[in-house]
Ligand binder design. Structure first.
Ligand SMILES: [Fe+2]
Length: 303
């Protein structure tokens, strides 16, 4: 089947020269410790050029970065929106349960109709955001910000999807080819009270955005996902599952402190289950913003 890949792309399986050059550059900058992935922001609503340059240097190489600020300085959801805008995350994906600002308050809450796991204390399995969105509304960037921690648990796990692609292509390019097929992964229609609020959606796992960047659409959920039933797709799924269980894989486990957050080009991530405490300050609250943009490669001075 025809797959849209821009000319000269390293993600074209026929283009070995471009791939080898991209691969060498990627491996030349391995991600550092959590402390090396963190950028301190004095005023998150108005980050400085130097702070933004540090953030985008990390996201350019690794597709994610941690930021940390004084919790009192992150005054409201609009402050997080301003931080996102300053790195090119502008076009918010407004989902059904977002607040008026377009940012979602991820916390345990009573839900009408279908119970969405993000709003419970259960674990969220590995995924990229918006894997159920239609192809024109894919998510290319997101931000998470920890307002309050739970009494226990709730760690985030993070993995650069480009590293997964690299390891899979090294192992067997036929797996990549399978996951680039437009019918690799299908999400059945979403219905609430008999009304269809989202039609069936098929799409590839790996695709190349018009910008030339690699995009990944993935969920480890067993339910409500229909995978293409062929040997190469099965092998690729098993490869991913095994990688997530491999302690030597390039992934991070980190419990966000209040005042800390993550910005990313929609990398793979999951959330461990957590336990809220009895008092309001021990009930987990994380703000989440999803965007149709990715983070800019270089910041432009705006001070
Ligand atoms: Fe997510």
């Amino acid at each position: 089947m025809q797959i849209n890949i821009p000319a000269g792309s390293p993600f074209d399986l026929q283009n070995d020269a471009a791939w080898q050059a991209w691969r060498a550059e990627k491996l030349a900058s391995p991600p550092g410790s959590i402390d090396e992935m963190r950028v301190h922001l004095a005023d998150p609503c108005h980050p400085s050029t130097q702070e933004l340059d540090k953030l985008t240097a990390l996201t350019r190489r690794h597709n994610w970065a941690l930021f940390a600020t004084d919790p009192a300085a992150m005054t409201d959801e609009n402050c997080l929106k301003q931080l996102c805008e300053s790195i090119g995350l502008v076009h918010l994906d407004r989902n059904l349960r977002a607040d008026d600002t377009g940012i979602s308050s991820i916390q345990v809450r009573q839900q009408q109709g279908t119970a969405y796991i993000p709003y419970t204390d259960r674990q969220l399995s590995w995924h990229t955001d918006g894997y159920y969105n239609e192809s024109g509304k894919q998510i290319h960037g997101w931000a998470l910000y920890c307002v309050r921690q739970a009494a226990g648990g709730g760690e985030s796990r993070l993995m650069d999807h480009e590293m997964l692609y690299l390891m899979m292509r090294d192992e067997d390019p036929a797996m990549i080819s399978a996951l680039m097929q437009p019918d690799a992964m299908t999400i059945p229609a979403n219905r609430e009270d008999g009304d269809e609020i989202r039609p069936d959606h098929s799409g590839p796992v790996f695709s190349v955005a018009p910008s030339g960047h690699l995009h990944m659409r993935y969920s480890a959920r067993k339910r409500n996902i229909i995978w293409k039933d062929d040997a190469a797709t099965r092998k690729a799924r098993d490869f991913i599952t095994a990688l997530f269980r491999d302690d030597s894989a390039p992934m991070y486990t980190y419990r966000l402190e209040p005042g800390e957050g993550v910005v990313s080009n929609n990398i793979l991530h999951r959330r461990n289950a957590f336990t809220d405490g009895d008092t309001p300050d021990k009930k987990r609250l994380v703000w989440r913003a999803r965007f149709h943009d990715r983070i800019v490669s270089n910041t432009i001075a705006t001070e």
